[in-house]
Design a binder for this molecule. Structure first.
Ligand SMILES: [Zn+2]
Length: 41
């Protein structure tokens, strides 16, 4: 398990639909909304 960096929700990497790689680290998101917020910063 990992954490959504936007809202802090726990995410299962195996079922996560939204993810991105930044500075060589992979991040997972609970929703498209959190994904978009993270990528706007
Ligand atoms: Zn989230």
């Amino acid at each position: 398990m990992t954490k959504d960096p936007v809202c802090g929700m726990e995410i299962d990497e195996k079922t996560a639909e939204f993810s991105t790689v930044k500075n060589g680290k992979k991040y997972y998101f609970c929703s498209e909304n959190c994904y978009n917020k993270f990528n706007k910063k």
